[in-house]
Design a binder for this molecule. Structure first.
Ligand SMILES: [Fe+2]
Length: 281
């Protein structure tokens, strides 16, 4: 009798998402938001080493952490987490501290292990934390990556809805390369039809790319965003294509100047590459 394959171990995903991690993983990353209720203290071993006091955090590491001040009206300022910069932020700004994995190696190790458990190939995985005071909100926007919004302390309400205009976006709607470059997609002004969920400590909301979302802190709030930069199919194709192309001398030639591409030559190289892919005819 044939033995059933052993289930793939997912210890880090289960630590993050709780008992529903296995079911989530088996659904191959549905393009739907999903709420995970899990034991609040399960991540303490990882999070307790990260100072939650911003002043303390700014002194913690010689590596200057990148930070953002996000104002109530959606304006944002990219800066570095220093004592001086902290004093000059607007009191109502939500503070985002980026790339915790660069300052905290154990966070980096957790993210790498998480990535190796996931079936979807990742370009990168990062962790940021968000500190907001009661009643602070963020501007409605969508992102181009998958995120786990992890409430650590306090309560936060999230409103979310699918953006029908931006199907699987690969550019952000928020930040330096944002909305105006994204085909003029207008921001929703009426969120009354949006789904609403309030995250309590320990809860995680999974949001896929291309879903409008806006948050409101119901109390002073400390949360983490675990960001997974999942590859899209174009990126996956290019990644598979390159090792095939590098076997062909004409593909290894120095690139043409930008406006002087010989497309007949390029198509020939592409034909070679496509023919070398597994299972291609
Ligand atoms: Fe976002």
């Amino acid at each position: 009798m044939e033995k059933a394959p052993l289930p793939r171990p997912l210890p880090h995903l289960e630590t993050l998402l709780g008992p529903d991690a296995r079911d989530f993983s088996s659904q191959n990353w549905p393009n739907e938001p999903r709420l995970f209720k899990a034991e609040p203290k399960r991540m303490d071993w990882l999070l307790d080493a990260i100072p939650r006091d911003l002043s303390q955090l700014s002194r913690y590491t010689r590596l200057r952490l990148r930070a953002w001040w996000i104002n109530q009206n959606g304006d944002f300022q990219q800066t570095q987490l220093t004592q001086e910069n902290l004093q000059h932020r607007r009191p109502e700004a939500t503070v985002v501290v980026d790339r915790l994995e660069e300052a905290f190696p154990h966070v980096g190790r957790f993210l790498r292990s998480l990535g190796s458990e996931l079936a979807i190939p990742l370009k990168a995985a990062t962790a940021s934390f968000y500190v907001s005071n009661k009643n602070q909100s963020t501007r409605v926007h969508y992102d181009q990556q998958e995120v786990f919004l992890h409430q650590v302390e306090g309560e936060k309400t999230w409103h979310y809805s699918k953006c029908e205009e931006a199907v699987f976006p690969d550019r952000p709607n928020f930040g330096p390369s944002s909305a105006s470059r994204d085909g003029g997609i207008t921001l929703p002004t009426d969120l009354s039809d949006f789904e609403t969920v309030t995250l309590l400590p320990g809860d995680i909301l999974f949001l896929p790319r291309g879903w409008w979302h806006q948050s409101l802190a119901l109390s002073d709030s400390y949360s983490l965003t675990w960001t997974l930069w999942c590859m899209n199919k174009a990126e996956q194709l290019l990644e598979q294509l390159y090792p095939v192309l590098r076997e062909e001398a004409s593909a290894r030639m120095i690139a043409s100047p930008a406006n002087d591409i010989n497309w007949d030559e390029m198509k020939e190289i592409l034909r070679y590459g496509l023919a070398g892919l597994p299972h291609s005819d």
